[in-house]
Design a protein around this ligand. Structure first.
Ligand SMILES: Cc1cc2nc3c(=O)[nH]c(=O)nc-3n(C[C@H](O)[C@H](O)[C@H](O)COP(=O)(O)O)c2cc1C
Length: 192
């Protein structure tokens, strides 16, 4: 059921490093993403697959994770993702990378859902400098990174909970390091 996969597909920031995810796994995910809707069917998205250890570490070092959990480091040492998909806007097709953001969201969630179905998990990462990532991964100038997907086999537990009476949506961890993600109630998001 799609709902079950959506529930399972949380943002995970700690991974079992013994579990690999290779180029073929990543290509399978992109092969589904390429079938997604695209505004005016322009399909400006291009993907850089990152699965070699040194490149994975380069992306880890140049991305920011769980900014709300100030006193913790993610991903923890020894629990890094197996791979990344760097989603890029081909500015030869769509001049302004902001103009492809809706396409990015649709494709990103499609990739994450298929990854969850295959037993993987990960996190969408928007906190990075596109120039730095482009340079480190030697991307052509016209290919601009817009969102990064971390992927692997998660080794942490994440639960959905209700937003509290104050409407606080900030995710948090308890003493057992379980991660909780408050979601707004159905009646609070339907506009009369
Ligand atoms: C567009 C976008 C950008 C995000 N960027 C980051 C990020 O830079 N670092 C991070 O740790 N999480 C990032 N996240 C993950 C969110 O923090 C996460 O979706 C949110 O806490 C809700 O948790 P859930 O995905 O388990 O529902 C991003 C999510 C989205 C949709």
């Amino acid at each position: 059921m799609i709902r079950d996969i959506v529930i399972e597909s949380r943002s995970y920031r700690s991974f079992d490093e013994t579990q690999k995810l290779g180029e073929e796994d990543l290509r399978t995910l992109i092969d589904t993403a390429r079938l997604c809707p695209s505004a005016v069917n322009r399909q400006p998205l291009k993907y850089r697959l990152v699965f070699e250890k040194d490149e994975v570490e380069t992306v880890v070092a140049n991305t920011a994770w769980a900014g709300m959990l100030k006193d913790m480091t993610f991903p923890p040492e020894g629990h890094h993702p197996a791979a990344f998909i760097v989603m890029c806007c081909d500015t030869k097709i769509c001049e302004d990378p902001n103009g492809c953001k809706v396409d990015v969201g649709i494709a990103a969630q499609t990739i994450m859902l298929q990854a969850a179905e295959a037993g993987f998990g990960g996190c969408m990462i928007g906190a990075f400098n596109p120039d730095t990532i482009g340079e480190k991964l030697r991307l052509p100038k016209k290919i601009v990174p817009v969102l990064i997907l971390a992927l692997g086999v998660p080794d942490e537990t994440v639960f959905i909970c209700n937003v509290d009476a104050n409407g606080n949506t900030m995710y948090f961890r308890d003493k057992a390091n379980l991660h909780f993600v408050p979601k707004r109630a159905l009646d609070d998001i339907i506009v009369e």
